[in-house]
Design a protein around this ligand. Sequence first.
Ligand SMILES: NC(=O)c1ccc[n+]([C@@H]2O[C@H](COP(=O)([O-])OP(=O)(O)OC[C@H]3O[C@@H](n4cnc5c(N)ncnc54)[C@H](OP(=O)(O)O)[C@@H]3O)[C@@H](O)[C@H]2O)c1
Length: 203
Amino acid sequence: MDLLPADLSIRADCARVEQRLQSPNAVDLLVNNAGIGARGMFLDSDLAAEEEMLAVNVAAVMRLTHAVLPGLIGRGRGGIINVSSMAGFIPTGTGASYAATKAWVTLFSESLSMTVAGTGVRITAVCPGYTRTEFHYLIRDEPVDVPRRLCLRAATVAQAALAGNRRGRVLSVPGRTYRAAALASRLVPRPLLRVASARVAGR
Ligand SMILES: NC(=O)c1ccc[n+]([C@@H]2O[C@H](COP(=O)([O-])OP(=O)(O)OC[C@H]3O[C@@H](n4cnc5c(N)ncnc54)[C@H](OP(=O)(O)O)[C@@H]3O)[C@@H](O)[C@H]2O)c1
């Protein structure tokens, strides 16, 4: 299949990808990986950049999923992996709207997995923590000080996502520490979670 370069923040480009995904037997597995991070605090950020982030992190995921799903359901097989984030589990004062886009991706994936139950189509949200990629340099211009044991490799995240989807897992959180944090984020009362998140951000 030919490559199809597209800027997913542009509606017309996204529509070309949707059209490709609607063609018969286009794909067995859609991976919604494209994502943009937030630069700094919401109040200081450029509104156009915020809108671009929403277009790529949310609207494109929704549109491409909508395009591919009927074909997958019709064939009774295949899957969708949505690359979400640990950020979607935890409220944060920095990058507030990024966290919100990822919370959307996770809940969308979980909810959609219920919609497609019994069709043979598997939906997985993969929720990585800190992963060594260009991502952090693009939003900060400087190296991020993250303890080594918390750094994931992109290959580890990709393998966990693929294995999770093959096994029909709706949520995949790579790495033991992050799995514990994800569980804690669901058990700890929200006010306490906000305090802990602010402490970690201010360290
Ligand atoms: N790195 C982390 O710590 C981390 C943690 C949790 C979740 N994530 C998520 O993981 C996913 C992949 O990010 P990454 O860490 O690999 O960061 P990255 O190195 O910055 O890669 C981002 C990817 O998104 C694509 N992209 C960005 N804007 C786009 C647009 N307007 N149209 C089409 N594609 C666009 C980029 O394409 P080009 O290369 O062509 O620009 C690139 O493939 C994202 O959804 C991110 O939110 C990352």
